[in-house]
Write a protein that binds this ligand. Structure first.
Ligand SMILES: [Zn+2]
Ligand SMILES: [Zn+2]
Length: 320
């Protein structure tokens, strides 16, 4: 099968053998989405080597321990746990110390014709959700997952920094809970996407006028300046949610966190079931975030495109 892989820090479209492990389900991937994390992995993040990709929708080809799933359209939670630790026994592998993560840690990912995951990770996609929508379940779950960690009420004032894919999904997710969500970004066109969903956009150069008026600020820009801007926007005793896997050495003023008694919340993966529900109920719009779709054989071109300025979601289609 074809697979978009990182080998010896070299990105390439490779021909590899399909893996059929008895213990895991085999999914024929229909579409996958390129995430900023993929681009960071190519830059050397996490020392990963193997097939990239963790956002996908596909059809179950084989599942020895879950035959009812065979032929079903599915998405898959990306953290595969040991099945034995306290976290796994509670049914939440997101912090299993022995976990592998699809296309990120120790496990081949979704930019391939087939992938393997434990069948317990798979969720059936409702008919009302298209493949184009379903491929957004993972990033949408990550965005909506903030609400698992931070209480957001209708009156909570929320700012999201970063108008990219993740920032947009965070803004849409949190505006389902709060009437007071602002999206801060640099790009008029990207802010317009949020405005179409009744989310007020604020250009970065005007953001400082909003001084210290927010209860919750979500950093989703992935840039160092985002950290300091977040502190400029937060009220004392506010909550700073760090959402982007920023890998630089951030220079930021930790003393301000102490003086203003800021709570910092790191936020990574969310649950898929609530995200599927949001897509099914059309509570969020993801299709307007798609910039372009490529075939898997054009995977190199697709990755290059995904890294360009102004580009939102790039999808890979395995059908051709
Ligand atoms: Zn991602
Ligand atoms: Zn475990």
């Amino acid at each position: 099968m074809k697979a978009l892989r990182l080998e010896n820090n070299q990105l390439k479209l490779a021909e590899i053998a399909r893996q059929d492990e008895e213990s895991e389900a085999v999914v024929r991937v229909t579409k996958s989405g390129i995430c900023n994390t993929d681009l960071e992995i190519v830059r050397g993040y996490a020392g990963f080597s193997g097939t990239l990709g963790h956002e996908f929708v596909g059809v179950v080809e084989a599942a020895t321990d879950a035959k009812h799933l065979i032929g079903k359209r599915v998405v898959g939670e990306i953290n595969a746990g040991c099945g034995q630790c306290a976290d796994c026994l509670r049914g939440d592998a997101r912090h299993c110390p022995a976990r592998t993560v699809l296309g990120i840690v120790g496990r081949d990912g979704a930019h391939a014709e087939f992938l393997n995951l434990p069948s317990r990770n798979l969720l059936e996609v409702p008919d009302a959700v298209s493949d184009e929508q379903a491929v957004f379940v993972e990033p949408l779950a990550a965005a909506f997952g903030i609400t698992e960690q931070v209480e957001i009420y209708p009156e909570t004032k929320v700012a999201i920094i970063g108008d990219g894919k993740l920032g947009n999904l965070c803004a849409q997710s949190l505006s389902l809970k709060s009437r007071n969500v602002r999206l801060v970004g640099k790009h008029t066109a990207k802010l317009a996407l949020a405005r179409a969903r009744n989310i007020e956009g604020v250009l970065l150069e005007n953001a400082l006028k909003l001084k210290r008026s927010f209860d919750v600020v979500v950093e989703a820009s992935g840039s160092e300046s985002g950290f300091n801007l977040a502190l400029d926007l937060l009220k004392p005793r506010g909550k700073l949610v760090l959402k982007s896997t920023f890998h630089g050495a951030a220079q930021w003023q930790a003393w301000r966190v102490v003086v203003d008694e800021i709570t910092i919340v790191g936020s990574r993966c969310g649950r898929f079931a609530p995200a599927l529900e949001l897509l099914k109920n059309k509570s969020v719009d993801v299709e307007s975030l798609i910039s372009e779709e490529f075939s898997l054989s054009e995977g190199m071109k697709a990755m290059e495109k995904a890294g360009r300025k102004g580009v939102m979601k790039v999808l890979l289609s395995m059908a051709n």
